[in-house]
Design a protein around this ligand. Sequence first.
Ligand code: SF4
Length: 70
Amino acid sequence: MATCPQQDRCPLFTVPVMAPALALWRGFYCDHAPDRCERLRQFRAGLRPPFNMLPNGKLLHLNTADPDPG
Ligand code: SF4
């Protein structure tokens, strides 16, 4: 068992708007099973996952002040 080496640069930890998701996912993936994280898998493959991608690969939909461009 090892903590994730990406914690100092992962948006789940570094982007304040992601904070509500932190505790839920951190306990399961980041602190205990980072090898199961889709974000880490993509990092290791040289990809840049979307900042709002959760460890299970699904996107967290965030409320923002941005107007709907559509
Ligand atoms: S979400 Fe994934 S990549 Fe980010 S710190 Fe946690 S285990 Fe690592």
